[in-house]
Ligand binder design. Structure first.
Ligand code: ZN
Length: 89
């Protein structure tokens, strides 16, 4: 059986792994922005519908299409919370 110490070690190594992964993610994002492509689908990221989406691209490296998908999913998650009476929050 696991005790708290083991669990904390797990959390620690998970944190280190996450940091490494995050660095990779940022590196890929920076490279994608340099080439003006999407860091998710690798498609062209030249056209954005508004200034906000353009700024979002500089933060997340996602093209307009991928941004739209992410936001639709967020909307669906919100609806799910409502359907479950906020239990998932
Ligand atoms: Zn994309």
């Amino acid at each position: 059986m696991m005790n708290n110490k083991d669990l904390l070690k797990d959390v620690e190594s998970f944190g280190k792994m996450t940091q490494r992964k995050l660095k990779q993610v940022f590196k890929i994002r920076d490279r994608s922005i340099e080439k003006q492509i999407c860091s998710w689908c690798e498609g062209n990221a030249h056209n954005f519908k508004d200034k906000l989406s353009e700024e979002e691209y500089l933060i997340g490296g996602l093209c307009q299409q991928c941004q739209d998908q992410v936001f639709i999913e967020e909307e669906e998650n919100k609806n799910l919370h409502v359907r479950n009476g906020g239990l998932l929050q």
